[in-house]
Design a protein. Structure first.
Length: 433
């Protein structure tokens, strides 16, 4: 078997023609002469002029399980997993791309890859494009950013994006890149025109299919056997930086489509979760919170406590603390941790919530609702086994009694006062009648 690796180096950007016409003739002669032997060509693009002689085998991304296995074989990356949430972040940014994971590991090693050819490839890219390995640093955040830049140089993303603009398919690529899940041509067509969950415009599926076929030839999307398309996550990260305001609008359209698909076609939780992620990136926090609440309700029905804890934590990473939906989701995360026996995780979340309510109550001390929320948070922090929690319970009681004395306590909250007195009495403290 004869292997011709990185064959795209013999082609023009985008793979439309050979840089040297003789190269095409030589390849045709080699392919036509293969009898008992075989010719293997690895190339990002279809090789022009030899379509009838070569059998195309698309290579897709690693599955999540395969990606984690590779990640654990890369020692520098494996050591970086000590940071909370680092594995999820790596897989979310890089996705299932082996070379990007190898690049990231090499950067964390100071430019030395696990395998010699990875080191050589990395150093060639650095030299070709005038990049500085020293600025990558040894922290995961800096190395991720550097890996994205190097990866974009590796596939000539800027040049390929210029070709999509010339072909009029750049918007299809940028819209597809907003989706963490594969999207069908029909789905992409809807995404491109969606402006609400109730929209009935199906778009132009034929145009979307033609755009995806061309984008696949340019190696900018991967097509699965069922016809759906997916943009590698690190490529999507690079595309998202082009125009952040427009990118957010595309993400909202993607969220509207996923929500529509969940309601009318798939009825799948993964579409509901994806819509929440899209809305969060797009800045439509009201829609994200509403969707997150629906997802948590479904997960709770099936007692998926670990999934609830992970999902709400992911949402809270992006959702602003000032949003009214932040506290209820944070409480659901803490309650899931408590049910799982992760009391430390629950206590940390409640402590952060308490700090939030402290800031709100101090900023507007006359807001009875803020005072009430602060008292509830104090009770949740003080209800644990820590002996210092009694201080929080006493303070919560003081706040509620003050609200009652001034006539600002809601009737529904009045039972909290005798309950707090009982809790304090059980801890050996006296309270006023």
């Amino acid at each position: 078997m004869l292997v011709l690796d990185d064959f795209e180096r013999n082609l023009e950007t985008g793979g439309s023609a050979f840089l040297d016409p003789d190269g095409g003739a030589i390849l045709c002669a080699l392919a036509g002469s293969a009898r008992r032997g075989r010719l293997l060509v690895t190339c990002r693009h279809p090789v022009p002029g030899v379509e009838s002689l070569l059998h195309r085998v698309p290579v897709g991304p690693l599955s999540p399980a395969e990606g984690r296995k590779l990640l654990l074989r890369l020692s520098a990356l494996r050591d970086s997993l000590n940071e909370a949430g680092s594995e999820a972040k790596i897989m979310r940014v890089v996705g299932g791309h082996p070379r990007m994971l190898e690049f990231l590991d090499a950067l964390l090693r100071g430019g030395e890859g696990r395998l010699s050819h990875v080191t050589l490839k990395l150093r060639n890219l650095v030299a070709e494009h005038g990049l500085d390995l020293e600025t990558a640093g040894d922290r995961l955040e800096e190395s991720l950013h550097a890996a994205l830049i190097i990866g974009m140089r590796d596939i000539l993303l800027d040049e390929l994006l210029d070709l999509t603009c010339s072909d009029g398919i750049d918007e299809a690529l940028l819209q597809a890149a907003t989706s963490n899940l594969p999207v069908t041509p029909a789905g992409l067509a809807r995404m491109l025109v969606f402006n609400s969950a109730d929209s009935d415009d199906s778009g132009d599926e034929g145009s979307a299919e033609r755009a995806l076929a061309r984008l696949a030839d340019l190696s900018l999307v991967h097509r699965f056997p069922n016809g759906s398309a997916w943009v590698h996550r690190w490529t999507a990260e690079g595309l998202a930086c082009l125009d952040e305001d427009v990118h957010r609008k595309r993400c909202v359209r993607a969220g509207c489509y996923r929500r529509w698909r969940c309601r009318h076609e798939s009825h799948a939780l993964e579409d509901a979760v994806e819509s929440v992620r899209n809305f969060l990136v797009g800045g439509d926090y009201d829609a994200a919170v509403a969707g997150a609440g629906d997802c948590v309700a479904v997960l709770d029905r099936f007692q998926k406590l670990m999934t609830i804890a992970a999902f709400t934590s992911e949402v809270l990473e992006i959702l602003p603390e000032t949003h009214p939906g932040f506290a209820p989701l944070a409480d659901q995360e803490a309650q899931a941790h408590l049910a799982l026996g992760n009391t430390d995780s629950a206590q940390r979340r409640y402590t952060r919530l308490l700090a939030r309510y402290e800031r709100l109550a101090q900023a507007e001390p006359d807001r009875a609702d803020y005072q009430r929320d602060l008292s509830v948070s104090l009770v949740k922090v003080g209800s644990g086994d820590d002996p210092s929690g009694v201080v929080h319970l006493e303070r919560a009681l003081t706040i509620l009694e003050s609200l009652k004395d001034t006539g600002r306590l809601e009737p529904v909250d009045e039972p909290m006062i005798p309950e707090l007195k009982r809790m304090l009495h059980d801890r050996g403290l006296k309270t006023r009648d």
